[in-house]
Design a protein around this ligand. Structure first.
Ligand code: MN
Length: 148
């Protein structure tokens, strides 16, 4: 759990993204940022161990059960990133437009190295969701889906 990579790949003189994490309180929070970069994707982030654990979801996250989405684990982000919206300038990492697509709180129902079960309480995503790591694929590939 470290923000080393997050800081290393960004130039905070040039990007409006936050350089450090500021505590978000005791609540478990999640955010989904619609990120119109070279490829449109949705960044799903949950507060865990003092950072935002993050996955890039190439297609819109499912509101109902029955649709599974690929979710690629990306670098940890600071908690303060949960409020970030803005334009990352050309030439910077992730250049493009970031908008909050959904946010809310969650309850953690299960946390294993390859499986996370969450009860999300957001505006768009409201229900029980699972993040499941692929057993044989690359280190970073997970599935994300609603389960109830
Ligand atoms: Mn992104």
């Amino acid at each position: 759990m470290s923000l080393e990579k997050y800081k290393k790949i960004r130039d905070f003189e040039k990007t409006p993204e936050p350089p450090e994490g500021v505590g978000a309180g005791d609540e478990n929070i999640f955010v989904i940022q619609r990120h119109k970069a070279r490829h449109l994707h949705f960044d799903f982030r949950i507060s865990l161990d003092g950072v935002l654990k993050s996955w890039a979801v190439p297609k819109e996250p499912p509101r109902e059960s029955g649709t599974k989405r690929l979710a690629i684990m990306t670098e940890d982000h600071p908690l303060s990133y949960a409020k970030f919206e803005g334009i990352i300038p050309e030439g910077q990492y992730g250049a493009g437009i970031v908008e909050i697509w959904d946010s809310g709180t969650f309850e953690l129902e299960d946390l294993k190295s390859d499986k996370i079960v969450l009860e999300l309480k957001g505006e768009k995503l409201d229900g029980k969701y699972v993040l499941l790591k692929f057993p044989k694929a690359g280190e970073k590939e997970w599935l994300f889906f609603r389960t109830d």
